[in-house]
Design a protein around this ligand. Structure first.
Ligand SMILES: [Zn+2]
Length: 223
């Protein structure tokens, strides 16, 4: 870029355009084959900037760039205020869960609402669901899983799980016989006779404990 003074001035020192005040004399700006008029301006924010005269006169450029930066920041705030969590994965999970259970037009309704799967009243509003999720290991990428596949969406029957954990749960690959009954691992976890956490139960089974021991016996230091 080389600079040549211009005869015909379209803007004068001291004129203001938006946040910009003209502080210099217009000159030719050569950018590639294009030749335009430029002028040095001072922005309200204190930045000095060379701006195209045409852009100033057409109102295209009204600041050193600070206005756009401020506007972008304001837009982000407005957007967040308006939508909050509404575009987050956790909101979509909540919304999807309600749809499957309550909306007969939902593609998942046959496998949920029609089967009597419901959402506990506490979770009809998003905020309690959000708080429970944040306190119970929610991470992006996990999906909400019902421990008892026939039970409702409720704090006592749900966890945030990987797709793999969900698949294992559905496949019922952890059938355990204890007290003369055979139930899935998930169902045993909900049984009042079960005295251990899921991780401990799984660990004990891996170590070869019988199902009944693993569910009830707390004498050891496996934890
Ligand atoms: Zn500025």
């Amino acid at each position: 870029m080389f600079v040549v003074p211009v005869e015909r001035r379209k803007v004068n020192v001291g004129q203001r355009f938006g946040r910009l005040a003209i502080v210099g004399v217009p000159f030719y700006m050569q950018a590639g084959k294009k030749r335009t008029h430029g002028v040095v301006c001072e922005c309200e924010c204190g930045e000095a900037k060379i701006v195209g005269v045409d852009n100033i006169l057409r109102g295209v450029t009204t600041s050193c760039g600070c206005w756009h930066r401020e506007k972008a920041a304001i837009d982000v705030c407005k957007h967040n205020r308006k939508h909050g969590f509404s575009e987050s994965a956790i909101y979509r999970a909540w919304h999807g869960m309600k749809g499957r259970c309550f909306n007969a037009n939902d593609a998942g309704y046959v496998r949920y609402g029609a089967r009597g799967i419901t959402v506990c009243q506490e979770w009809w509003s998003f905020q309690p669901f959000l708080e429970w999720s944040q306190a119970n290991g929610y991470m992006e990428g996990l999906t909400i899983d019902r421990i008892d596949n026939n039970g409702p969406y409720a704090p006592w029957n749900c966890r945030w799980a990987t797709q793999q954990q969900q698949a294992n749960n559905r496949r019922g690959c952890n059938m355990l016989a204890a007290f003369g009954e055979t139930k899935s691992l998930s169902q045993w976890l909900l049984d009042s006779r079960c005295a251990v956490s899921e991780s401990m139960l799984r660990r004990r089974l891996k170590m070869g404990w019988t199902a009944q021991e693993a569910i009830t016996n707390q004498r050891d230091s496996v934890a």
